[in-house]
Ligand binder design. Structure first.
Ligand code: PLP
Length: 482
């Protein structure tokens, strides 16, 4: 399988999987995509059902990902999948178990990994792939990132103990929850360097941008990133849509719909890829919080990014986005993979006007008709209400992000626009957002045994001023000091 950019001028310049693995954006500013989606037949699906049931999630992950990765020998790729999705790491053989909700709805548990959020599903695999490809090429990598919580801890746990990889993670001092701080700063490993910057998340992100913009520094110190636009992250996420369909249906004629709490459009884009490959998926529901850029697009055809000032801080913070970084991949498919069109929409119109419109075009109606998309949004009051109602009727506690998906999914269900079965994606454990749970239920959620004394462990973090030069100096000293 070869890859090319959503904005590339010709399809001749294609690249291998290993080549795009460590890259962020394509040089033309686009995102990498496979030149085509492999098509799965009824026989393939039947085999996948057997593989998952008899051999487990890692074996299924190998089946799905090997369709997109042909430059890593099969035995090696299988071993990487087995290490990424070990039963001991995710706590069950299914890795992503499904439980029942009322009325033909189901919950797909994606947050049983090391950091209790679904980002582990992709990041654990990314850690294995990075280590493998770096070792093969005799390279090392210094990952520099900024986080306000979930992504950073997930990246640190994924890269922990991987040879040739160091992580420098910038966090806004005093602005994460006690649990998030404990998760990250509790790691004690010389290759995991937590930095508390005297500033807010945007300051951290600006420092990362400044460092990445310094080409000499970047090359000299092998600086890299674990972007949300990384193709391998998306690919790893395709697997759990297949695992969900197997657990809920396993019948090629019986499709399943999904309601997905959406921020950067990574999770639901993986669903779109699974559906495009022929996995029996009916509807994909994009559920947003008050930051409803994407709900607005699917309702109106207008994609209007928001400024930082217009982006609200909500109680489902991992979905507080102003611009959905993976959305270009879907638009690429929606406009029939017309790269000139994507260049115009994202490279020209969005840049010049902060928005573009596909309203009234045949392409836009295809978002719903051909690609099965629906959308909706949810508010803080909805989240509180959803958490409360699901606890009362089903004794299930869901986190605020999952609550957004449950609310939007159930509305679509009641409105008759979605048929059962409908699977709601659970993207974090409630323990990570204990304050909101307490507001809804009057008590704090149980702390899973594996996190029981996390907050009492010693923490490792370096305090630095809000200054890119200070961070660079730390990188220089750390890297040259071995
Ligand atoms: C990242 C995240 C999301 C949003 O996922 P996208 O792939 O960015 O759409 C939803 N819920 C939680 C808990 C997250 O960490």
């Amino acid at each position: 399988m070869r890859y090319y950019s959503t904005r590339g001028e010709t399809t001749d310049e294609t690249r291998t999987f290993s080549d795009i693995l460590l890259r962020g954006l394509a040089p033309d500013g686009g995102l990498y995509m496979p030149v085509e989606y492999p098509h799965v037949s009824a026989q393939d699906l039947a085999r996948w059902v057997r593989v998952y049931r008899e051999q487990g999630y890692a074996a299924l992950a190998f089946e799905v990902m090997s369709l997109f990765i042909d430059d890593i020998p099969a035995d090696d790729l299988r071993a990487l999948c087995e290490r990424a999705y070990a039963q001991e790491v995710f706590g069950s053989r299914e890795v992503v178990p499904v439980t029942n909700l009322p009325d033909g709805m189901y919950l797909l548990h994606l947050s049983n990994g090391p950091t209790a959020a679904f980002k582990d599903m992709a990041m654990q695999m990314l850690g294995q792939l990075f280590e493998y490809v770096l070792r093969r090429e005799g390279r090392e990598l210094n990952i520099v990132g900024a986080t306000s919580g979930d992504t950073g801890s997930s990246a640190e746990y994924a890269m922990l103990g991987k040879s040739g990889i160091r992580v420098f993670m910038l966090t806004p001092a005093g602005r994460m929850t006690a649990f998030q701080r404990a998760q990250m700063y509790g790691l004690r490993d010389p290759a995991i360097i937590n930095i508390a910057v005297d500033g807010v998340f945007d300051d951290c992100q600006d420092i990362v941008k400044e460092i990445s913009a310094d080409a000499d520094f970047k090359a000299k110190y092998s600086i890299g990133a674990v972007n949300s636009i990384n193709w391998a992250r998306l690919l790893a996420q395709v697997v759990y849509y297949v695992a969900a369909w197997i657990q809920v249906s396993a019948d090629p004629r019986r499709t399943v719909s999904f309601s997905v709490p959406t921020g950067n459009f990574g999770d639901v884009c993986a669903g779109h890829i699974a559906r495009s490959m022929g996995v029996p998926i009916d509807r994909l529901i994009v559920a947003t919080n008050e930051n409803d850029v994407l709900d607005e697009f699917f309702r109106t055809g207008v994609y209007r990014v928001r400024s930082a000032g217009e982006t609200r801080a909500t109680s489902s913070p991992s979905m507080d986005i102003s611009k959905a970084s993976n959305f270009e991949r879907f638009i690429f498919d929606l406009v029939g993979r017309d790269q000139a069109r994507v260049r115009d929409l994202f490279g020209q119109q969005l840049r010049a006007h902060g928005e573009f419109s596909l309203a009234g075009s045949p392409e836009f109606s295809n978002a719903r008709i051909r690609h099965g998309f629906l959308s909706g949004s949810s508010t803080h009051a909805d989240r509180i209400d959803s958490i409360r109602s699901l606890y009362r009727h089903n004794q299930t506690i869901i986190d605020p992000h999952t609550a957004d998906a449950w609310k939007v999914g159930r509305d679509a269900f009641r409105g008759g626009v979605v048929e059962p079965p409908l699977v709601v994606l659970e993207t974090a454990l409630p323990v990570k957002f204990a304050e909101t749970i307490e507001e809804a239920l009057g008590f704090k959620p149980d702390i899973p045994a594996r996190f029981a004394d996390i907050e009492s462990q010693p923490q490792h973090v370096l305090n630095l001023p809000n200054d890119a030069e200070a961070v660079k100096q730390l990188i220089r000293a750390t890297v040259s000091g071995g």
